[in-house]
Ligand binder design. Structure first.
Ligand SMILES: Cc1cc2nc3c(=O)[nH]c(=O)nc-3n(C[C@H](O)[C@H](O)[C@H](O)COP(=O)(O)OP(=O)(O)OC[C@H]3O[C@@H](n4cnc5c(N)ncnc54)[C@H](O)[C@@H]3O)c2cc1C
Length: 353
């Protein structure tokens, strides 16, 4: 028997889609991703990108405060035992995601902790309809009348061991998410990259930082003309040309304290004291498993062909969250489009029954 709806992913988009479709009696089946070393290294373990961060200060409904009693009552004891102690600051990324997952479970969502490795999205025939096929990492094939793709995107990192060591302690892949945290206020920061997203991150961070060093490996920014002008005329942005990162410096107590930069044109190494190290070198959408089954943008994101709808190029397949959104990339927008995808899937199923 084909499932009514299968949801692929485990970030805010997937759990919002699961909550809505479970409450609509669609009995959603979620593939939340597998717990593997490959997923750990790629930053795509179950619960998604937000689980990789500490405080989340901008998800509505979770102001600073002591959530301990709420977490203890909302989540099963064994889950609580696995989680870091609550810090009275509102919610952390992992706390928010565990709450969303539990809310989906409470309404009857079924969860399989495996990856989807491939899909067969050939359009079902109208008579004697053929369901969509999903090939999972457990070796089985699952069938569904509708599918919601919510597999997110991952921030690109340089891959240095020192960068990995200080993730969440000064190293961040998201300026909009983390820039306002107290540890970065009125401190010098570094942004790595030379494209539009790096310049955007650097410009955003000037609201909080004392200085933002934009480090680029070439002698010219790749960003659009207007963005370049913005960077060059901002008194708080200092562009360091022809430099690459050798090491992020820091210690266990303070986290990031500096960065050592190499020259690409033979100048001496440069060491800068900084409190934050931000990556502005793009994101990689988790769409490799789609293997041409859906129309993608030039950057590999799933296309939403109709504005304000989560439709994809295949009727009956919907996309939600960062896998289709390379612009807003926030937990609340991902959850919002997850809700939209569930409603779109519900309507599609009603029309095709
Ligand atoms: C360091 C950092 C800090 C951030 N802080 C904030 C913040 O403070 N506030 C905020 O609003 N946003 C923040 N964001 C952004 C936010 O995390 C994302 O916008 C949001 O998580 C996107 O949600 P999503 O549901 O689209 O997917 P994701 O969170 O990307 O989750 C998708 C997950 O689906 C699973 N998956 C992927 N492929 C498959 C597959 N083939 N089969 C099965 N499962 C699969 C993986 O587990 C993957 O991680 C931050 C991001 C980063 C990197």
């Amino acid at each position: 028997m084909a499932e009514k709806v299968i949801i692929i992913g485990s970030g805010p988009a997937a759990w919002a889609a699961a909550i809505y479709s479970a409450r609509a009696n669609l009995r959603p089946l979620v593939f939340e991703g597998a717990v593997t070393e490959a997923n750990r290294v790629a930053g795509t373990l179950p619960l998604g990108q937000l689980a990789l961060t500490t405080e989340v200060e901008n998800y509505p409904g979770f102001p600073a405060g002591d959530l301990k009693a709420y977490l203890d009552t909302a989540l099963p004891e064994e889950k609580r035992a696995e989680m870091p102690p609550h810090g009275k600051h509102g919610a952390t990324g992992p706390e928010l995601l565990e709450l969303m997952r539990q809310q989906a479970l409470n309404f009857g969502t079924r969860i399989i902790t495996e990856d989807i490795k491939g899909v067969d999205f050939r359009v079902p025939c109208t008579h004697g309809r053929r369901p969509f096929g999903l090939f999972a990492s457990d070796g089985k094939t699952y069938e569904a009348q509708s599918v919601i793709v919510a597999t997110g995107a991952r921030a690109n990192y340089l891959g240095l061991p020192s960068e990995e060591k200080f993730k969440n302690r000064g190293v961040s892949g998201c300026a909009v998410c983390d820039g306002a945290l107290p540890r970065f206020r009125n401190k010098p920061l570094v942004v790595i990259g030379g494209g539009d997203s790096a310049v955007e991150e650097a410009t955003y961070l000037t609201k909080f930082a004392s200085k933002v060093h934009l480090v680029h490996r070439r002698d010219k920014l790749r960003a659009s003309k207007i963005m370049v002008e913005r960077a060059e005329t901002n008194a708080k942005i200092d562009i360091l040309w022809n430099r690459t990162v050798e090491e992020v410096l820091g210690n266990d107590r303070e986290g990031v304290t500096g960065v050592r930069l190499k020259s690409t044109v033979g100048a001496e190494d440069l060491e800068l004291p900084i409190a934050g190290f931000f990556l502005g070198i793009g994101h990689t959408p988790n769409t490799a498993f789609l293997q041409g089954a859906l129309e993608l943008t030039g950057k590999g994101y799933v296309c939403w062909p109709v504005p304000m709808r989560t439709f994809t190029s295949v009727p009956g397949v919907f996309a939600a969250g960062d896998v289709a959104d390379d612009y807003y990339r926030q937990a609340v927008t991902a959850a919002g489009t997850g809700c939209m995808a569930a409603l779109d899937a519900e309507r599609y199923l009603a029309e095709h029954e």
